[in-house]
Ligand binder design. Structure first.
Ligand SMILES: [Zn+2]
Length: 369
């Protein structure tokens, strides 16, 4: 049952399920509520339910239509979302792909942009032309306009014309976390559906289930995210960035620091991170070493940690001699397994790893703990 993939929002589900069952869908909806509460997730599920080939009044998730909508490649389901203004067509396309990729990975992701964004009038006009055509292969055309409050006044006026005379074979779904910025005439022509805060117990459970967080940590993120699963994911992502930076710093220290400095940094890392995070750190070490290998093989455009390219290049110089990176990867894997499966001390594991990496980076110097 696809609506079950949307967290909580019982009232919303009841309204939309009822409308689907009775064939009484509104031609235009406005889903509004805080960011990360499931508006986008529900818009996609509704588009799937409308077009599902199995006709169960909810998406089956397995038919060709449901799968195409999940991948955002269904010809009758169009998604429009804000993009940074005044950029080249090529950059716009990249932003669109980035948005889709992030939302496909997790519909609750809050996509951030470096610059101010808007929904250009050209996008609305193109949609206006298309919406009048018969569906290509689906039952109805569905247009989802995400973060619709970012429409230019000219875009909003163009949209208004569609809302005033909605085509028979189409549904529009607008989402907005700040509906006050929308034209009142746009709001009044949509059926408004409010997305409330998600109870923290549900966010906590989801974090434990999908991100394998311990109860205490999941509870912390659930409580500070104020009813938004998207924000909880945001906090988690920020924490992962700090963890990644710590891993890079430790790797740098391991290749050129003194033993006393390495011990000091390992102690700091162990104070800051819990057991699961340290295990994750081993995986980050692995990804950095793989990037070093790719750099040495001349594929520096294919790095996992592409934002850390300069650091990777610098580290790459430390592991110049043949087989050094492969050896370092073996060491990391061995220490990771010792800590994860054999429950070895993480402190000893990290120290051992750092000193072995230093030995590899500084030719074959013998290092003892
Ligand atoms: Zn289906």
């Amino acid at each position: 049952m696809a609506f079950n993939q949307v967290l909580d929002q019982k009232v919303v589900k009841k309204i939309l399920s009822g409308a689907l069952r009775k064939n009484l869908l509104a031609s235009s909806y406005l889903f509004y509520g805080d960011q990360g509460t499931g508006k986008w997730a529900m818009a996609l599920e509704l588009a799937k339910a409308i077009n599902c080939e199995r006709d169960q009044k909810e998406a089956c998730d397995v038919c060709s239509s449901c799968q195409k909508i999940d991948k955002m490649i269904h010809p009758d389901v169009k998604v429009i979302f804000p993009i940074p203004s005044a950029r080249s067509e090529e950059t716009n396309q990249k932003e669109i792909e980035r948005f889709k990729k992030l939302k496909m990975a997790n519909p609750y992701t809050i996509v951030r942009f470096e610059r101010n964004v808007n929904i250009p009038v050209e996008q609305i006009r193109a949609m206006q032309r298309e919406i009048c055509l018969k569906p290509f292969e689906g039952k109805r055309k569905v247009i989802i306009i995400a973060e619709a409050e970012n429409m230019h006044i000219s875009s909003a006026n163009s949209l208004l014309k569609i809302l005033e005379e909605p085509p028979q074979d189409a549904n529009l779904i607008l989402t907005a976390h700040n509906p006050n910025k929308l034209l009142p005439t746009v709001i009044s022509r949509c059926q408004q559906i409010r997305f409330g805060k998600i109870p923290s117990s549900i966010i906590e459970e989801k974090l434990m289930q999908d991100h394998h967080l311990k109860e205490e940590k999941a509870s912390f993120y659930a409580n500070i995210s104020n009813g938004s699963y998207g924000k909880a994911l945001d906090f988690l992502q920020q924490e992962k960035e700090v963890l990644r930076q710590d891993a890079l710093n430790l790797l740098g220290m391991a290749t050129e620091g003194k033993t006393s400095q390495i011990i000091q940094m390992v102690n700091q890392v162990l104070e800051r991170w819990d057991r699961n995070s340290i295990l994750e750190m081993f995986e980050i070490f692995g990804s950095l070493l793989r990037d070093i290998y790719m750099t040495q093989e001349g594929f520096s455009n294919k790095l996992i940690n592409s934002d850390m390219r300069d650091h990777v290049l610098k580290l790459s110089e430390k592991f110049q001699r043949q087989n050094k990176v492969e050896h370092a990867l073996q060491v990391i894997e061995q220490v990771r397994l010792n800590c994860q499966i054999r429950n070895a001390s993480q402190k000893l594991g990290l120290l051992n790893l750092c000193l072995q990496l230093r030995a590899l980076a500084k030719r074959d110097e013998l290092c003892l703990i």
